[in-house]
Each structure stands twice: as structure tokens, then as C-alpha cells.
Ligand binder design. Structure first.
Ligand code: PMV
Length: 330
């Protein structure tokens, strides 16, 4: 069968997905809103081949063991079922998400896999169907089908839980300054972290109610191109999500002293009139929602506080792109 290659970009949630209502289908408890980033992406080629006896999965040139690629195989099984196929596949994937960037690569990885695998299997899925498929690899991947701002509507079952675009070509000044203070793999992965919170945090239902109430104000702020309100809601949502982790049993946190140093520094910059807000995911690194014209002032302040931090500017990026043929790894 013909090989297809797909490129998908990472996204960062401005309103977080932090908990599943259905663990098997990956239906979230809240709707989430994200911005897809231009700088970081995954290229994945999929080819279904008659002579294979198992799925052969290469990530950045390294062959993964079956035990290390269960989520990939699960997504391929879903594709095979849809296409009525029994053939195994060769998957070649390259992550252009620097491991040191501290950015989740699962969003771009599973969006690219959904795109390339479905096409290679002879399917012609709509963006909504691709989003539902990617969701079943990694929840946040449902949003990486689209460029710019996207919302993953939580829905209540497989058919109703998918992302849709809000504003795919962002033509107003917004960027995420990513501040990498630690590039070590996280100790508690997002799945285990969020599941611990859902199961043990006595305040979790309050968080769900509140987070879902942040959706409409966030959509309005995006449509108004109102950076300060987008940032303020995103920062509150992120800090509230991280607060849930400390209310779980056992309590845990992804944030370190250095994360708090950056969070406090951004608050001080704000007091000086700079429009800058933070968001953090399942790790200690901080992303600063800001304007391109403030890059120098924010960067200098961070370098003065934490000289070892790596700072990358990330701007809005495009949605999933699928092409016929093998990977071109540039
Ligand atoms: O898609 P996952 O299972 O990697 O979970 C993502 C969780 C967060 O990054 C913390 C939030 C989000 O909505 O992306």
C-alpha cells in the first residue's frame, strides 16, 4: 500500500485538560483551549506492508520495543478496524520538538500518526474524525489537527468529543516564550498525574465546574484579540490546575523553586506594565504568554534571574498537513 507522511505541530493549552471522564476512550472532564505552535512539530510516515509480522515503529531512528509503543499500536488497531485491514505497518517518526524544550511531543506525535496512518490505510477522514482518532492516542493531540487557536469540546462519548478550530490563522501579536529550566523526563507522567487527581482530590468537582466556566470568557477574549484577558484567564486556569495536584493524595507538584521564580518575575513585570502571563503543564518549565515587542525585556529579566534557563520564542503555527510518499527529514 502507498506510504503517507504527515506533519503536525505541538500545541500548548491555555485552558488545560486535566482529567478523564472515560479513561479508555479519553473523554475529558473539561473542554480545553490551545494554541498550536509553529516552531515544534513531528513528521511521521506510515506504510502498511504485507510482509510485516508486527508493527515496526522507529522514533528518531531508534526501533521501539512493543512494550514501549503500546499507545501507537492502539491507534493503529483503531485505524485497521476502521479500514478493515489486517496488515501491520512500518512507522517512521521524527520529532522536531527539541527534547530540551520541555514541550509535550505527544500532541504532535499522535496527531501526525492519526493523519498518516488513516491515509495510508486508504481512509479519507474529515478533520473532526481525525481529531477523534488522535484523541484516542493522547488527549491533547485532538487539538493539534488545527492551526492557531483550537477548542477540544469535552463531549460525552467518542462521537461528541473532538476539537474544532477557533482561529486558524492568527493575525494578531501573541507568542509563547518557553523558559526551559529543567529538561529531565518528568517523574509523574500526565496520565498518572491527572488520574491521581481525579481519584483523590476532594475539590476536583469544583475545579471541573470552574474550568468549564472559563471557556466562554476565553473564547470571547480570543475573538477580541485581547491578550491581557487571554493571559489572565490562562494563568488562573494553569495555577488552579497545579493547585489540584497538591490536593491529591499523595500530593505532588511539577513546579520547582525555579518555576516559582519565573512565575513571580512575570508578576513583577506585569506590575511594571508589561502584558505577560504564565502557563505550565506536566513539568516545571514555564511558558510566558506575551507580545513579540516585549521579547527583549522579558528575556533579559529571566536571564538575570536564572542564567542557565533556555528561552525559545514560539509563535502560532499551522494545522495537520498530509502528503503522499516517504518522509523528508529536514
Ligand atoms: O495529552 P496528554 O495525555 O499528554 O495530557 C496533556 C496534559 C496537559 O498538557 C497538562 C494539559 C493539556 O491540555 O495539554
Amino acid at each position: 500500500m502507498v506510504a503517507y507522511t504527515a506533519r503536525a505541530h505541538t500545541n500548548i493549552a491555555l485552558l488545560k485538560y486535566w482529567g478523564k471522564a472515560d479513561q479508555k476512550l479519553i473523554i475529558p472532564t473539561t473542554s480545553s483551549v490551545s494554541l498550536t505552535l509553529n516552531e515544534f512539530y513531528t513528521d511521521t510516515t506510515v506504510e502498511f506492508l504485507d510482509d510485516l509480522t508486527i508493527d515496526e515503529i522507529y522514533l528518531d531512528g531508534v526501533l521501539l520495543t512493543p512494550a514501549n509503543s503500546k499507545k501507537v499500536q492502539h491507534l493503529l488497531d483503531l485505524v485497521r478496524k476502521m479500514a478493515d485491514l489486517t496488515t501491520f505497518a512500518r512507522i517512521t517518526s521524527f520529532n522536531h520538538v527539541p527534547t530540551s524544550a520541555g514541550l509535550a511531543s505527544s500532541a504532535s506525535a499522535f496527531a501526525a500518526l492519526a493523519g498518516a496512518a488513516s491515509k495510508a490505510a486508504g481512509l479519507n477522514l474529515s478533520p473532526t474524525e481525525l481529531s477523534r482518532l488522535a484523541r484516542q492516542g493522547s488527549g491533547s493531540a485532538s487539538r493539534s489537527i488545527y492551526g492557531g487557536f483550537a477548542i477540544w469540546e469535552r463531549g460525552h462519548d467518542d462521537l461528541s468529543s473532538y476539537a474544532r478550530p477557533i482561529d486558524e490563522t492568527v493575525n494578531w501579536p501573541i507568542q509563547l516564550l518557553t523558559v526551559i529550566i529543567n529538561d529531565q523526563p518528568k517523574k509523574i507522567n500526565s496520565s498518572n498525574g491527572m488520574q491521581n487527581v481525579v481519584a483523590t482530590d476532594p475539590f476536583y468537582q469544583n475545579w471541573v465546574t470552574h474550568a468549564n466556566m472559563q471557556v466562554n470568557p476565553m473564547l470571547k477574549a480570543i475573538s477580541d484579540h485581547d491578550l491581557a484577558t487571554v493571559g489572565a484567564i490562562a494563568e488562573a486556569n494553569a495555577l488552579q490546575m497545579h493547585a489540584q495536584n497538591m490536593m491529591a493524595s499523595p500530593a505532588f507538584t511539577y513546579l520547582t523553586d525555579e518555576s516559582w521564580q519565573i512565575i513571580n518575575l512575570v508578576q513583577s513585570l506585569r506590575n511594571e506594565g508589561i502584558v505577560a502571563y504564565v502557563t505550565m503543564d506536566a513539568g516545571p518549565n514555564v511558558k510566558i504568554i506575551s507580545k513579540p515587542t516585549d521579547t527583549t525585556i522579558i528575556t533579559e529579566a529571566i536571564r538575570a534571574a536564572i542564567p542557565a534557563a533556555t528561552i525559545t520564542v514560539a509563535t502560532p503555527g499551522p494545522g495537520l498537513h498530509i502528503t503522499k510518499g516517504l518522509i523528508i527529514n529536514d
